[in-house]
Write a protein that binds this ligand. Structure first.
Ligand SMILES: Nc1ncnc2c1ncn2[C@@H]1O[C@H](COP(=O)(O)OP(=O)(O)OP(=O)(O)O)[C@@H](O)[C@H]1O
Ligand SMILES: [Mg+2]
Length: 331
């Protein structure tokens, strides 16, 4: 069978990324131009600045991706771009660029959901992974517990009712003075602390999550006692949120009788969360999957992979494609 080459384009937030992927799962190149250094000084992503930087970077990033993959535009079979969810101005850069390429090269355009991309990152790292499985998507904008029924069918079993978990990591980091982006900084500092501070956990009847209570508790605690040990606070925060993630995931696994669990999204790079989920392999006879760290945060290889499955299932788009900032999983 002829190889299928996908050009993936990602621009939903502050990473301009273009990748070349063979047959959905083999990365030939994955160029990521991060704007973190630019947004760091503002303590978070400034949407307008993100859009402008995507415009400046996208052509060069694409050239570099083709060069690293040692191919030309002629070798591409289709173009997959993120069309949501994300920042509208940022998304529009990738969508418009992908439409222009599709039109001039005469190659099919494949609209791809960013969250499906995060899930698909697991297919690249684990060549043997096939649905069905449970996926816990823990990112800057989402906390979703999802039943991946097949490559195109998803059932959301639970989701956050307020803050996404990545947002909570970033806010807690800001409060204790670690700066942006907070997740990796909390990950590092927590290793030096003890999880000895009692923090609130929120539970619901169903499999939903809530992280605003713990975030507020930490803000109040730090306000009342600015000398609180920051490493202990980070360790306690990580331990408490991980317990909630584990409890809901195990409940879903039991209800659906599934023993394959994948983690996805930026927060799945967290070393404590990975360690605790990995323990389930021994304690609960589960099989745990997570993408390699570079594929956890935003990148175009995961978009190419998800786009490949859209393409082989006949899901292509026309040039009326628009960015959908609040696109839901499965849409
Ligand atoms: N090691 C880590 N530990 C905890 N959180 C982390 C770590 N590395 C990255 N993060 C967090 O991951 C988030 C970014 O992830 P990602 O790029 O998947 O989110 P996003 O693209 O902004 O949101 P979404 O994908 O939901 O639209 C940030 O909140 C960041 O702090
Ligand atoms: Mg993301």
């Amino acid at each position: 069978m002829k190889d299928i080459i996908t050009l993936g384009i990602e621009s939903s937030c502050d990473e301009t990324s273009v990748a070349v992927v063979k047959n959905g799962r083999e990365i030939l190149s994955n160029v990521i131009n991060s704007q973190i250094k630019i947004h760091e000084q503002y303590g978070g992503v400034v949407p307008e600045i993100a859009s402008r930087n995507h415009v400046e970077a996208i052509s060069e990033v694409t050239k570099e991706a083709l060069k690293q993959a040692n191919i030309t535009f002629d070798d591409i079979d289709h173009i997959a771009c993120t069309y949501g969810p994300g920042l509208v101005g940022a998304l529009l850069v990738g969508v418009s660029y992908a439409k222009a390429l599709s039109y001039t090269l005469g190659k099919p355009l494949v609209a791809t959901n960013h969250i499906e991309g995060h899930i698909a990152a697991n297919y690249i790292t684990h060549k043997d992974l096939e649905p069905p499985f449970l996926c816990l998507i823990i990112s800057g904008g989402h906390t979703h517990l999802v039943h991946i029924k097949n490559y195109k069918e998803f059932e959301i079993l639970g989701k956050t009712r307020d803050d996404a978990i990545g947002e909570a990591f970033d806010k807690v980091a800001r409060v204790v003075g670690l700066g942006y982006p907070g997740g990796p900084k909390i990950d590092k500092l927590a290793k030096e602390g003890e999880a000895n501070i009692q923090l609130p956990k929120t539970h619901f009847e169903n499999l939903d999550f809530s992280f605003s209570g713990i975030k507020t508790a930490i803000i109040n605690l730090h306000h009342k006692n600015p000398d609180v040990n920051k490493a202990d606070l980070c360790a306690s925060f990580e331990k408490t949120v991980t317990e909630v993630l584990l409890e809901n995931t195990l409940k879903a696994a039991k209800e659906l009788n599934i023993n394959k669990i994948a983690l996805a999204g930026g927060v799945s790079a967290n070393s404590y969360i990975r360690e605790k989920f990995l323990e389930l392999e021994k304690t609960h006879n589960m099989k745990i999957y997570y993408p390699e760290p570079i594929l956890c945060t935003d990148n175009a290889a995961m978009i190419a992979c998800a786009g490949y499955y859209n393409f082989i299932n006949g899901k292509t788009s026309d040039l009326y494609l628009n960015a959908i900032p609040n696109l839901k999983l499965g849409e």
